[in-house]
Design a binder for this molecule. Structure first.
Ligand SMILES: *Cc1c(COP(=O)(O)O)cnc(C)c1O
Length: 394
């Protein structure tokens, strides 16, 4: 048994498979007591043995043992040199966009999380950072959108909520060729199904509020840096300056969630496939957006770069009345924002997650008043389908 006597040494567990790494983290056990669950270090400051001596911890905005275990675990799972845990996915993405300077330009997936629209438009726009939305699954469109000052590609794949898939490796190569950073928001698939850093991306971000936490009980965000120490240092300075780090209790909840990530993802994946196939047979359902369909236009890219399809489905129904009927009549399934938790949620993106997305963009994408998004949970799939069937058809 590897026994650590301090918080400095830890094990990357390179000899273990993903599932085992998720369970055992970085230190795995607490070094001094052997506690099998990393304790919640609810302390702000740390006593020093003497002048010039330190335990490695000084003040919890800078470092905290519970957060350190989470950050190291995420670096291990995504395959990066360093990870940072933030108070939300928004805070994580704020840190990434802060790497840009006035006059820089960023390319973003056209169909992106509503909050990300807000960060880059409302917050960073006024600091002189330019942006262009582009269909990331169209490499010619991406090349055409590049400007001399393009410094970052910010890519969500699959996209939210239209389930478009971008080729991470091809985009990373294009980004590299023009000296831009390639960032992937890996919220939807998690490192269990998709490893952007191995495909050439420089940075991965997460709203770990979703699948990583997995229980709809903790807001949090993660940034993982692949290999660039300078970028890691900039993110470190950002988190230290903004004070947007994740609190110890929430770090612990996330560590606990991550232990079961692989089993949960497998079940999400299995259930979503069955629900998507069922939806497709329904007369009131006009179109189903699901990356696991063999006739999805990006299917070849999906199977090249991921090991699973995840738990997200969007669909369009025949009328606004059907939307209202479903949202009023679901029983076990909950009409609520967010995704990635154990429970099945159904969302109405037009006025919820994508409220702030410009109307013309929404219309172009197909986010209409007949459009719904589902985060398929890990309940028994027959119950999920029965609930949908009753809500929609009776
Ligand atoms: C939810 C979400 C975010 C924002 O994360 P919060 O944890 O809610 O701040 C960012 N990106 C994606 C893809 C999301 O689903």
């Amino acid at each position: 048994m590897k026994n650590f006597s301090n918080y400095t040494d830890y094990d990357k567990k390179d000899n273990l498979h993903f599932e085992s790494k998720a369970v055992h983290g970085a230190l795995g056990t607490e070094p001094l007591t052997g506690a099998v669950s990393m304790p919640i270090f609810q302390a702000v400051t740390y006593r020093h043995p003497a002048l010039g001596e330190s335990t490695g911890f000084a003040y919890s905005r800078l470092e905290n043992p519970t957060r350190q275990e989470l950050e190291r675990t995420m670096a291990i799972l995504e395959g990066g040199i360093k990870a940072f845990a933030f108070s939300s996915g928004q805070a994580a993405n704020m840190a990434v966009f802060s790497l840009l300077n006035p006059g820089d330009h960023v390319l973003l997936s056209d169909d992106i999380y509503g909050g990300t629209f807000r960060i880059i438009g409302d917050v960073f726009g006024k600091y002189g950072i330019e942006h262009t939305y582009v269909e990331m699954d169209d490499l010619d469109a991406v090349k055409a959108a590049i400007k001399p000052n393009t410094k970052m590609f910010f890519v969500e794949t699959p996209t939210n909520p239209m389930m478009k898939v971008a080729d991470i490796q091809a985009l990373s190569e294009i980004a590299k060729s023009v000296g831009a950073l390639m960032v992937v928001d890996n919220t939807f698939l998690t490192p269990y199904f998709q490893n952007p850093l191995k495909l050439g991306a420089d940075i991965v971000t997460h709203s770990s509020t979703k699948y990583l936490g997995g229980h709809n009980d903790t807001l949090s965000g993660i940034v993982v840096v692949k290999d660039n120490e300078e970028i890691a240092e900039k993110i470190h300075v950002h988190i230290k300056s903004h004070g947007s780090q994740l609190a110890p209790m929430d770090c612990w909840l996330l560590l606990r969630g991550i232990k079961t990530l692989p089993v949960r993802m497998d079940r999400h994946n299995e259930n979503a496939k069955k629900v998507a196939e069922w939806l497709r047979t329904q007369p009131k359902v006009k179109k189903v957006y699901y990356v696991g369909f063999e006739d999805h236009k990006d299917y070849a890219t999906t199977i090249k770069q991921t090991r699973g399809f995840g738990g997200m489905i969007s669909f369009t129904v025949d009328s606004f009345e059907t939307v209202q009927k479903i949202l009023r009549n679901v029983d076990m399934i909950m009409f609520a924002e967010s995704l990635g938790g154990t429970e099945t949620l159904i969302t109405y993106p037009t006025t919820q997650t994508h409220e702030d997305t410009p109307k013309d963009v929404k219309e172009k994408l197909g986010i209409t008043d007949r459009f719904l998004r589902m985060s398929v949970g890990i309940e028994n799939v027959e119950d999920i389908i029965a609930d949908l069937d009753r809500a929609m058809n009776s």
